[in-house]
Design a protein around this ligand. Structure first.
Ligand SMILES: [Fe+2]
Length: 301
């Protein structure tokens, strides 16, 4: 592991993943969570998608910083060395909880940076420290997303008489800034059909349309370019917590409808919120993971 890959806490700073007590340098302002009604909880559970109106000023504060930071990072191999891909730990399924920069080529052509607020990078050079506003914006959006997810979970528990929100407390949470390389892509799909590994995916924004939800043989495009709308859908761990009682929801992919020779890369911002798995949920996921993968494959072009 490189020197930049250590997981450590900053002195004089309180940091806790998945918890609103997060406070960096003592002067951070919490972004207010979105207003949402119980119908969002019902839509999420029963159809696998909740699209929610949010205050556009939240994204307006951070979007250009994040876009420009991601372009700089993905174009500069020297900068990438400051954010080495780092596995923080394995979850109960043996899946990686990670942070850092990753460049993927092949069936999917994308570069992404995983921002885990608890993971602190060692930034000592001027170049590395020039990314501090980018990191701070990533942190702000991550905890804003957590506020929205926490509200949704409270509503789900209340509406369905469940007690699953507690499994998300203090668990791994990561925001992915992803850049799909159009000119390098060999297939039409930015992301092949799949279920996310997390509990709840909080899709914040994308520069161009592409996100598709797949359900019962149909394809449902999601509005993701607006600044005043986010989408939340279940990952496999949520399905496990409810033992798939409402259907195999959350299957999705990304199909960019533009010509493949259009070099305007698609950039997206997504926060993944994970949860712990009580024994019954771990067992359900172990028994159903292969079936879910096979189901996703049926939607490939
Ligand atoms: Fe996904």
């Amino acid at each position: 592991m490189s020197p930049g890959g250590k997981l450590r806490r900053k002195k004089n700073a309180t940091m806790k993943v998945g918890c609103l007590s997060y406070n960096r340098e003592g002067n951070r302002t919490m972004l207010a969570p979105a207003q949402m009604t119980m119908s969002a909880a019902r839509s999420f559970v029963e159809s696998g998608l909740a699209e929610i109106n949010v205050d556009p000023s939240v994204l307006a504060q951070h979007l250009s910083i994040i876009k420009n930071g991601m372009r700089r990072l993905s174009d500069d191999p020297e900068a990438q060395q400051f954010f080495p891909y780092t596995v923080l730990k394995k979850d109960a399924m043996g899946w990686d909880e990670d942070a850092g920069y990753w460049c993927k080529r092949g069936s999917e052509t994308k570069d992404y940076y995983h921002h885990c607020p608890e993971h602190v990078w060692d930034l000592e050079s001027d170049l590395s420290r020039s990314f501090l506003p980018f990191l701070e914006s990533c942190t702000n959006l991550t905890f804003w997303a957590w506020g929205n997810v926490r509200k949704l979970l409270r509503d789900i528990d209340a509406e369905y008489g469940l007690d699953i929100g507690r499994y998300f407390d203090n668990e791994y949470m990561v925001t992915r800034i992803v850049r799909y390389r159009k000119l390098l892509a060999s297939i039409k799909e930015d992301a092949l059909p799949h279920f996310d590994r997390d509990g709840i995916t909080h899709h914040i924004w994308a520069s161009h349309p592409g996100l598709m939800m797949y359900r019962d043989g149909t394809v449902h495009p999601v509005e993701e370019t607006a600044w005043d709308r986010i989408a939340m859908f279940p990952g496999k761990k949520f399905l496990a917590l409810v033992k798939g009682a409402h259907g195999d929801h959350g299957l999705h992919g990304a199909r960019d409808a533009r010509e493949m020779t259009n070099g305007d890369d698609r950039i997206a911002i997504i926060t993944f919120t994970h949860c712990s798995l009580p024994p019954y949920a771990l067992q359900w996921l172990q028994e159903n993971d292969d079936r879910l993968k096979a189901l996703a494959d049926t939607y490939k072009l």
